[in-house]
Design a protein around this ligand. Structure first.
Ligand code: F6P
Length: 562
């Protein structure tokens, strides 16, 4: 807790009480329809441009007073002070006593010497690793780096889980319209089905494996890494590419395995040459690490220039978040509005609806970012939280979601704030006859937020000749909150901005709730128990130690195992 003041209990501030009073008035009277009719300036007032992203917050359940109070709450709990502390390397991750410096990962080299944290020139260290990764990626991409039989690498298997997988996969998919030098196959699950499907059809002679694990102790990743090592060596032998000698085995591992981790010791133990390892630091949380060495597969696939653009996008959003006063700071406002819904409107979840197929893994990525960060009941000083915390993030790309779960968002009984994300330009323009298909797609993006906000009245339904008894079923109440994010184009730069946007939204919410958004103790218990349960498949004494339900399930397994 050194240098970190105790959290300010938001619920005990006058601003929280004012928000409660304000909510009591708003809940039955505020409608988006009236808000738009009464204030012709509403859209203008609630629109923000940050570089090449445009934000429209006007279809949120807020008025001038709501925003004023939310900003006041943000100030009361010292969002700005904590933000500055985070950017400057204070150990705001109290339970692990660590700085939280993912923002240093995207600082330009010209910032070297300016961010000495715990005696470390963070930006210099970052650029040293980046330079090594770029040089390595260039060698693989150009064909200078060869497999053990002298063939060029065409495929990469990237092994990692959680933050060591979700970010790389999401970005790999998001940038697929760009040319790439290799195909990357991401294996995360310890379920052998995942590995079996991913290695199908791959030639080990032209395959490079990247093992990504911050700790290099994660069960799934190490099991998969050993499995792929066996696959690689067995296949190479079977193809006559290597003999079984120790020297050739070591050479095959050297030429086909590289690692990304903070744990140099464990990498060595696995047999990977430390010269082929790329490090990062314990001030980078796993779910905040895709812009560290964890992004190596992306650099190999898309090249250093694309990664640099991505980092510039991240940095642009960091700079905006750091330098823009809270009342005009759309990143902070989005975080505070999420608190408004979660704590006052009782919203349980938050939908992420990208109108861009390339962003199809973005909701899954945000699930870890937001829920592993803010799914907590204890504050950063060890005291219990005083309000509901965390939001359940979920989503699918539009328009697919429209034909699936949008029904519940439009007419269900839950309040579900939703972020709609779309881009003006597509890398795949297409016409259906004379009709631009991207425009049909975007019409859906626009139509959905419009329907959710303004709905359809009973009179409008009646006017369509609907039988009276059926009118209620066809009414759309409206007043369902959405934020629209409209970008010029899904470039690496825009993607970097989007990721940083949600990192900082998560930070703002975590600060209001008093959370250490950078630890994840909640994942530990299951890991420990799995270790104790594993022997019970075959060992009766270990089985006897289990609870009744686990015993019964295990007995079912034993009875039915083929
Ligand atoms: O189990 C959760 C977690 O610790 C995540 O926070 C992390 O991203 C993931 O596991 C993978 O960890 P590692 O990169 O150390 O293998």
């Amino acid at each position: 807790m050194a240098n970190v003041p105790a959290p300010i209990d938001a619920t005990q501030t006058p601003e929280w009480s004012s928000l409660q009073d304000h909510y009591a008035k708003m809940k039955d009277t505020f409608t988006l329809k009236k808000a738009f009719a009464n204030d012709p300036q509403r859209v203008k007032k609630l629109s923000y441009d940050v570089n090449d992203l445009h934000f429209d917050l006007s279809k949120n359940l807020v008025d001038d007073e709501t925003l004023r109070l939310l900003v006041a709450l943000g100030k009361a709990v010292k969002v700005e002070e904590r933000r500055d502390a985070m950017f400057s390397g204070v150990h705001i991750n109290t339970t692990e006593d660590r700085a939280v410096l993912h923002t240093a990962l995207r600082r330009p080299a010209s910032d070297e010497g300016k961010f000495i944290v715990d005696g470390q020139d963070t930006v210099k260290d970052v650029h040293e690793v980046l330079d090594r990764m770029y040089a390595f990626a260039d060698r693989v991409r150009s064909g200078e780096w060869k497999g053990v039989t002298g063939k060029q690498i065409t495929d990469v298997i990237s092994i990692g889980i959680g933050g060591s997988d979700l970010g790389p996969v999401m970005i790999y998919e998001a940038l697929k319209s760009l040319p790439r030098a290799v195909d990357v196959h991401y294996v995360s699950n310890i379920d052998p089905n995942d590995m079996a499907e991913k290695v199908k059809g791959l030639d080990p002679e032209t395959t490079l494996v990247i093992v990504v694990s911050k700790t290099f102790t994660t069960l799934e990743t190490l099991t998969n890494a050993r499995e792929v090592r066996t696959w690689m060596l067995d296949q190479l032998k079977a193809q006559g590419a290597i003999d079984g000698s120790e020297a050739k085995t070591a050479e095959a591992i050297e030429k086909h395995f590289v690692a990304v981790s903070t744990n140099a010791e464990e990498i060595k133990k696995f047999g990977i040459d430390p010269a082929n390892a790329f490090g990062f630091w314990n001030w980078v949380g796993g779910r905040y690490s895709v812009d560290a060495a964890v992004g190596l597969s992306l650099i190999v696939a898309y090249g250093p220039k694309v990664f640099e653009e991505l980092l510039s996008g991240f940095h642009a959003m960091d700079t905006y978040f750091l330098e823009t006063p809270l009342e005009e700071n759309v990143v902070a406002l989005m975080g505070l509005i999420n608190v408004w819904y979660a704590n006052f409107y009782g919203a349980e979840s938050h939908a992420i609806l990208p109108y861009d197929q390339y962003l199809h893994r973005f909701p899954a990525y945000l699930q870890q970012l937001t829920m592993e960060s803010n799914g907590k009941s204890t504050r950063w000083d060890g005291t219990p939280v005083t309000s509901k915390t965390g939001e359940i993030y979920w989503g699918e790309p539009g328009t697919n979601g429209q034909h699936s779960f949008y029904q519940l968002i439009h007419q269900g009984t839950h309040v579900i704030p939703a972020d709609f994300i779309a881009f003006v330009n597509t890398p795949n323009p297409n016409k259906d006859g004379d009709q631009d298909v991207h425009e049909v797609f975007l019409a859906n993006f626009l139509a959905q937020t419009k329907a959710l906000a303004f709905g359809k009245t009973a009179d409008e339904v009646r006017a369509e000749g609907t039988a009276e008894w059926m009118v209620p079923a066809r009414v759309f109440e409206g007043n369902r909150p959405t934020t629209s994010i409209f970008g010029e184009e899904l470039t690496p730069y825009a993607l970097g901005e989007l990721i940083a946007l949600y990192e900082h939204i998560t930070f703002v919410e975590g600060t209001v709730w008093g959370l250490d958004s950078y630890d994840q103790w909640g994942v530990e218990l299951g890991k420990q128990l799995a270790k104790k349960i594993t022997p019970a498949f075959h060992d009766d004494a270990a089985l006897a130690d289990q609870d009744a339900s686990t015993k019964a399930l295990m007995n079912y397994y034993r009875a039915h195992r083929k």
